[in-house]
Design a protein around this ligand. Structure first.
Ligand SMILES: [Mg+2]
Length: 488
């Protein structure tokens, strides 16, 4: 905890969905769901209008369609998201040399390192100026901002200000700010710890503060007990640190009671694979290697990997490979921890004609997979007209794909900054119909801008760091699991 409120946390509101609403005038104020649009796809971001209907990220698109049948379901347009992300991150870079991106739409900024005045009046002006500038330069996106004396407080402050708000927690006010919050608001406290605390009669941070440190250590173990006791008093000294390139993304579950049945293993692997795929999609990355990790009751760790010749971000594909790897785990002796990871990233999906297998050295042996036939991906992202895609018609002008199938493409002819446009159905092979690039933002930051004061490759690292973090709603373990940790 610092003496002044000098850590800023910024998070763009419903980022992917907001970009789509901005670029597609007819979707303003309407429920929009962005992500995998197929029957087995997964939601990456839902607009606030869709959230009001119960849709949230990491939910299956099928379930979302059930909850919000009239929402617009759009495939991701990463180029557009990166363009706006670069503008926002460059703006943060103007505030301070110490910017720590957490994902494509979220970052910490060390205001002290930027020599910023952190007096209350100056901070309020800085935050409102920043939010205004972001909306202006991105032509309509909104950010929520929190400022506090630590990362922990800044992040909770921006969460409490969402959407389109800001909150500054003055030094000394941190304990009051967090006191009424549920212990679940504390990062690292999952359902298992929540349950243990609840058995002690502790549900809020204020109640946690009254517990004796000795009791917490006895009930939760030394590491967790000391951590929660400290954080209840807002003690958090983590520095804002620009991070290296994300090399892998993984999700792990630690169980309160060891798993001993294959069906339970399969269930956890399926859930983890889905979360990993959502994070890949949010980062705009595709992975070639899938890894499954298991820690057994005797604390031995088994790690198995498989490298595909192609690269995928498809949840079903990742889940299928992970299930294949997990199939060799014999859970009868008890499994304490299970995780799914992906690595070996590329920026584009690659058609997969056949596969090679490999095993991590830790596995101690080469693992062969005996699939009868080489598998072929059916997804060709470069082909067809996914919903949401930008198109241009020589006669009708600019528009976006509303839907397609049976040789017909339905296009709404409208674009950012223009009026709501008409919908027309065209033949998919209409020679006048083309895919279109982005309609660039006036404030766009060049992708390969190396001379931005952050050193070479900064823009690329920023882009790659889209992988760095799962949105908080995804990080929450599902019921019955003890704790889920997310790595990159
Ligand atoms: Mg966000």
């Amino acid at each position: 905890m610092r003496a002044s409120a000098s850590v800023l946390h910024l998070d763009l509101d419903a980022f992917f969905a907001s970009v789509e609403q901005r670029d597609k005038p007819s979707l303003a104020g309407r429920p929009v769901v962005v992500g995998g649009v197929g029957g087995r796809g997964v939601v990456a971001t839902a607009s606030y209008e869709a959230r009001a209907l119960g849709v949230h990220s990491a939910m299956g698109t099928g379930q979302a369609r059930h909850l919000a049948p009239h929402a617009a379901y759009l495939a991701t347009r990463f180029e557009a998201y990166r363009e706006s992300s670069r503008i926002v991150m460059a703006l943060l870079g103007e505030l301070s040399p110490l910017v720590e991106p957490l994902s494509i739409d979220e970052a910490f900024v060390d205001l002290a390192a930027g020599g910023r005045d952190t007096s209350p009046e100056a901070l309020a002006a800085l935050v409102e100026g920043l939010r205004r500038e972001i909306t202006e330069r991105t032509e309509g996106l909104h950010a929520s901002v929190g400022v506090g004396s630590s990362k922990f407080i800044a992040k909770l402050a921006s969460e409490s200000a969402k959407p389109d708000g800001s909150r500054i927690i003055a030094p000394g006010r941190e304990p009051d700010f967090i006191a009424p919050m549920s212990v679940r608001a504390i990062p690292g406290i999952g359902p298992a710890t929540t349950e243990k605390l609840s058995r002690l009669g502790i549900r809020t941070v204020a109640e946690l503060r009254e517990a004796s440190p000795r009791e917490l250590v006895r009930e939760l173990g030394r590491a967790v007990g000391e951590y929660v006791h400290g954080i209840a008093f807002a003690q958090d000294d983590r520095p804002v640190a620009p991070r290296g390139e994300a090399k892998s993304i993984s999700v792990e579950d630690t169980f309160e009671q060891d798993i001993t049945e294959s069906a339970a293993v399969a269930e956890v692997i399926a859930a983890d694979a889905r979360l990993v795929a959502v994070r890949l999609a949010r980062a705009g990355l595709f992975a070639r290697t899938v890894t499954v990790k298991a820690r057994m009751a005797d604390f031995s760790t088994v790690s198995r990997s498989r490298t595909l010749l192609g690269a995928t971000d498809h949840p079903e594909r990742i889940a299928a490979v992970a299930q294949g790897l997990a199939g060799a785990i014999d859970p009868r002796g008890g499994v304490r921890l299970l995780g799914v990871g992906v690595s070996n990233f590329t920026q584009a999906a690659q058609e997969e004609l056949f596969e090679v297998d490999d095993a991590e050295p830790a596995a101690g042996r080469l693992v062969r997979h005996d699939e009868a036939a080489p598998s072929v991906t059916v997804r060709h992202p470069e082909a067809g007209f996914p919903p949401g895609m930008d198109v241009e018609h020589d006669e009708w002008g600019r528009g976006w794909v509303w839907g397609s199938g049976h040789g017909i493409v339905t296009v709404r002819f409208e674009h950012r900054g223009g009026p709501v446009g008409p919908v027309r159905s065209l033949r998919a092979d209409d020679p006048l119909l083309h895919r279109a690039g982005l309609l660039p933002l006036a404030a766009a930051v060049p992708e390969d801008d190396e001379d931005d004061g952050h050193g070479p490759g900064w823009a690329r690292r920023m882009r790659d760091l889209g992988a760095a973090r799962v949105p908080s709603e995804d990080a929450r373990p599902s019921p019955g699991e003890s704790a889920r940790t997310v790595h990159n």
